[in-house]
Design a protein around this ligand. Structure first.
Ligand SMILES: Cc1cc2nc3c(=O)[nH]c(=O)nc-3n(C[C@H](O)[C@H](O)[C@H](O)COP(=O)(O)OP(=O)(O)OC[C@H]3O[C@@H](n4cnc5c(N)ncnc54)[C@H](O)[C@@H]3O)c2cc1C
Length: 508
């Protein structure tokens, strides 16, 4: 059976691999000239600038996602960096602890616990409770949940899942805690402030911190040396070895539908490529409202589109710098307050700055040089996207001016930085939207809602449409690479089930 896949991001490539492994004949249509989508890097004058890879869930054997990645690539051939400190947060001038204004979020839980208690002995019981909660997350075994599609399981296998009830009850208990509510429980002013600043001043479910910390501690979340481009290259190679075909610079305009069955894709060139099944690994909004013209929607989908059910994840304004210097003593990820707030042309006001110093990947810059990236999340991506359409020269000048302000602010922190800059690359939300087609330049699909453990309202099948599946980071709020591979694997299982064949993967 022929299957057309739209998009050669991590989801599209992964789906291609799993379907090829199971005897299907797949072709991926990618509008860009390279694969990877948001998970990409690009070269400028000897520097490699990174887009979407800070850490990969499943980098170490301790994590269940390691098994999934290993089905597609030889994980032993990739060198992962597991940082000792996840990030450093500099709090305001009027707070310090032992003369240090920087909060270090250690990835080793024992070290983190000791550090937190040394800062705030008065908060010892709250701190111990936090670390205990994270350790409990580590104690639950979850691989079968990751490998199966619950809807496809017969009742006698579903019943086995009863053993995960304690995990659900436990997550249900902790899901309401946010970084703000947790900060309220603390007496120590420094620690209180540090927890309030964990998500750059926003209030978010604490699970967004505690879950990754549970994995960090077990070396399950590392950065792959070589960055996104190398990582994705491994999956692309596997797909081609399995006999898959990729058609680059093939922009899908519509999904061809006959009698409510997806029958193929129509490219912008006018070419129609028929298939038995169509899988979209492209943007959610494009797929439903443009490629399918909004014919297959229900109330939930309409509420998602108006962002009543979930909010779209932020986009990013990112300035990447190639700097002729090394920063061996600097943290790889630092957030710090600015002397004066920065006001973006899109209306966002930033009182702090986030800097990533790529001093741990020697492949990212020539010897003696370093890639630094300064980035801001924004909720106002449409400003940049619309401006680029309506007035390109104003867009260019506002983009360059704001980037200059960001560089000036970084220079105040890292004195002498500016004069060592050799290369500057600016990516706005319009850049992310243009290169990957993601709605509103979203970098991870949907923002997780308040109820992080509720079932996702986004479905892989659309009401009334047959022989069609949706995969990728829009299918589970929070997105990211784990959702890309998991959704691809699930849909490959669903297709095998539909075709009455047994889903196979290489044995580990
Ligand atoms: C700055 C940044 C940092 C990030 N950090 C992390 C991280 O540390 N860890 C993590 O797990 N995730 C991270 N992410 C998120 C992660 O990169 C994405 O969630 C993931 O790559 C999404 O993969 P995807 O395949 O679902 O979608 P995409 O990457 O969006 O792929 C979709 C593909 O479809 C193609 N396409 C779209 N429309 C069409 C069309 N009409 N015709 C043909 N092709 C089309 C696009 O060109 C693209 O190649 C980060 C992202 C960014 C931007």
């Amino acid at each position: 059976m022929k299957i057309n896949i739209i998009g050669a991001g991590v989801a599209g490539l992964s789906a291609g691999c799993y379907l090829q492994m199971n005897g299907f004949e797949t072709t991926i249509f990618e509008r860009h000239s390279t694969c990877g989508g948001l998970c990409t890097s690009w070269k400028r004058n000897g520097y490699t600038f990174e887009s979407g890879m800070q850490w990969l869930l499943g980098s170490g054997k301790s994590n269940p996602f390691y098994q999934l990645w290993s089905e597609l690539i030889d994980m032993d051939s990739i060198l992962f960096v597991h940082h000792d400190v996840r990030m450093e947060i500099e709090v305001k001038d009027n707070y310090d602890i032992f003369g240090d204004k920087v909060f270090h979020l250690f990835t080793n839980l024992t070290r983190l616990e000791k550090y937190l208690i040394s800062i705030a002995p008065e908060d010892e019981s709250v701190i111990r409770q936090l670390i205990h909660t994270i350790r409990r997350m580590q104690s639950y075994e979850i691989p079968p949940l990751i490998k199966s599609v619950p809807e496809l399981l017969p009742w006698y296998r579903k019943i086995r899942y009863i053993k995960y009830l304690p995990l659900l009850i436990f997550l249900n208990q902790v899901k309401r805690e946010t970084n703000f509510t947790f900060a309220e429980k603390l007496k120590n002013p420094f620690l209180k402030e540090a927890f309030r600043l964990l998500f750059d001043g926003d209030e978010m479910p604490l699970l967004i911190l505690t879950m990754p910390l549970a994995f960090n501690d077990l070396n399950g979340t590392g950065y792959p040396i070589g960055g996104s481009i190398d990582f994705v290259g491994h999956i692309e190679k596997k797909y081609i070895e399995l006999g898959g075909k990729i058609r680059y610079q093939s922009d899908v305009k519509k999904i061809v539908v006959e009698n409510n069955h997806a029958k193929g894709v129509l490219l912008s060139t006018g070419e129609i490529i028929p298939s038995g099944i169509t899988v979209s690994a492209a943007d959610w909004n494009f797929t439903i409202f443009k490629a399918l013209e909004g014919h297959y929607v229900n109330q939930t989908i309409l509420e998602l589109q108006s962002q009543e059910k979930l909010k779209v994840y932020y986009s990013v304004f990112m300035v990447s710098l190639g700097v002729a210097a090394t920063f061996p003593d600097k943290p790889h990820f630092l957030r710090f307050p600015l002397p004066q707030p920065l006001i973006s042309p899109d209306g966002s006001k930033y009182e702090r700055m986030e800097v990533h110093i790529n001093n741990y990947d020697p492949t990212s810059a020539p010897e003696g040089k370093t890639v630094i990236s300064i980035s801001y999340y924004t909720r106002y991506a449409d400003y940049w996207i619309d401006l680029r359409h309506s007035d390109q020269s104003k867009y260019e000048s506002e983009k360059n001016n704001f980037a200059r302000l960001m560089i000036d602010a970084a220079d105040e922190k890292f004195h002498g930085l500016k004069e060592k800059i050799e290369e500057v690359d600016i990516a706005t939300p319009a850049t992310f939207q243009r290169y990957t087609n993601n709605w509103k330049g979203s970098v991870q699909g949907w923002l997780p809602g308040k109820n992080m453990i509720a079932q996702s309202p986004v479905k892989t099948e659309l009401p009334g449409l047959k022989d069609f599946y949706l995969i990728g980071h829009w299918t589970i709020p929070g997105g990211g690479l784990p959702v890309a591979i998991k959704s691809a694997r699930d849909v490959a299982q669903m297709i095998c089930h539909q075709q009455k064949t047994v889903f196979k993967t290489p044995s580990p």
